[in-house]
Ligand binder design. Sequence first.
Ligand code: SAH
Length: 248
Amino acid sequence: MSARRFMIHSRTVCDGSASFDGEIYKHMIRVLRLGTGDAVQLADENGIEYSGEISEVTKVGVTVKITSSRLAAKKVSNGPRITICQALPKGDKIDLILQKGTELGAHDFLLFEGCRSIVKLRDDQQASKLERWKRITAEAARQCGRPDIPEVVWRKGAIEAACEAGHKFRLILWEGEKEYFLKDVLPDGEILSSVIVAIGPEGGFEPQELRHFIQHGFLPVSLGSRILRTETASIAILSIIQYMSGEM
Ligand code: SAH
């Protein structure tokens, strides 16, 4: 049987070994029941693949001794580059958005504090929150067999989020839009290869936030007459774009 493959972060590799606790440890040792001497393959976010063998297992961690590594040919994905530009929702809804979004192939997540976001993130909370969010995307990528881990970045507010450049197509999901439905504006072909979609928090966007996005080239679009929860909107738009671009 060929060695099992695990997605890891490059920071776990040090001096010829890679050490893990948490989810990877649980998966390797408790779920798959691997043990000392078993061969494993590791792949990090930079496209480096490592071959190695489990050298130590403790009650909380596992160490893999790396025997060889190589830069894997970057997997060429023809799929679209979809950025989910999401205003922070309350509670753990963001966890769901990150997890499902990773499974559905979001390229990256740009999170920001919407004027109506109920949860406010203090400056001193940002680093630990970002770390937690990155753990969620890393775990979801591993679980769904995705070779890359979507990036998660934080922007202070809509103004900063709207400035994000480099996408060919920009949408803002707005339940107040009466003229344009998604079906009217979604192009096909090349332009759909790079899309950013802004989604509001539970209370929706403030008019001035909508204006900022429009001024930065975002097109307001409706997903229909029903008001979707913010997490539903995010999951729906990703599924539709993936389908439209032939990725499903
Ligand atoms: N302002 C609304 C609800 C906002 S829903 C209210 O309080 O009644 C949260 C977010 O999901 C919105 O900001 C929007 O980005 C998206 N959304 C939900 N339903 C939508 C729809 N039918 N069309 C477009 N976007 C929608």
